[in-house]
Ligand binder design. Structure first.
Ligand code: DLZ
Length: 203
């Protein structure tokens, strides 16, 4: 657990990641967590969930924000006391400690809908798409990018774009910092904290 104080100390950040290209994904998630902790986000306020592939990321992010797997969504001041274990996955952090207050996210486009209450300051979607010999890559990359942008604008919660679209595994490994290079996950963690803080001001 990090004891660092930093701009992220009152934020709760979700990471939703695909399972395809697992080794690269693991390095990216580790880099993301490292930078969140370095920015002061508390270990217990980093919630991680996995989905099969990148194509599932927009839906998972949308569900996570609209129907958070923690009880505080309707009780901004109360303690976090329960976790709904999606798919019996062990990757959800046990949220027993009191967390930051839930944020009020206003739906976009001047909608008269009630603001969405979400306990997340920002969410990071991580996937690795490696180009193959068919058009699959292009379709998934296009749909996922547009889906993630739509979710963040519709719900008013920052969605950090952690989707690597690479030509081969080697490029993916390099961008995940696996060959001693810079891990892009670290940038995503920083972006989530910056946007999470700015969103409190822009709310
Ligand atoms: C089908 C597919 C292919 C070919 N490649 C990848 C990939 O490189 N990275 C990734 O995250 N997911 C891939 N998928 C799976 C799709 O994202 C999705 O999970 C399935 O089409 C089921 O909807």
């Amino acid at each position: 657990m990090s004891s660092l104080k930093g701009p992220g100390s009152n934020l709760r950040i979700a990471i939703v990641h695909a399972r395809w290209n697992t080794e690269i994904i693991s390095a990216l998630v580790a880099g993301t967590r490292k930078s969140l902790l370095a920015s002061g986000v508390k270990e217990e306020n980093i919630i991680v969930q996995d989905v099969p592939g990148s194509y599932e990321l927009p839906f998972a992010v949308q569900r996570f924000l609209m129907n958070p797997p923690i009880e505080s969504s309707n009780n901004p001041t109360g303690p976090i006391s329960a976790v709904t274990d999606l798919l019996s996955s062990a990757s959800l952090t046990d949220l027993t400690a009191p967390g930051p207050p839930a944020f009020s996210a206003q739906a976009s486009s001047g909608s008269s809908k009630a603001p969405l209450k979400t306990p997340f300051s920002a969410i990071i979607a991580i996937g690795v798409l490696i180009k193959g010999e068919t058009m699959h890559f292009e379709y998934i990359a296009d749909a996922t990018s547009h889906g993630l942008m739509k979710v963040q604008l519709d719900l008013g919660v920052p969605v950090v774009f952690g989707l690597l679209t690479v030509l081969n595994e080697e490029q993916g490994r390099a961008r995940a910092g696996m060959d001693g290079k810079h891990c892009h996950g670290e940038d995503w963690g920083k972006a989530a904290v910056e946007l999470g803080v700015k969103r409190q001001v822009w709310a």
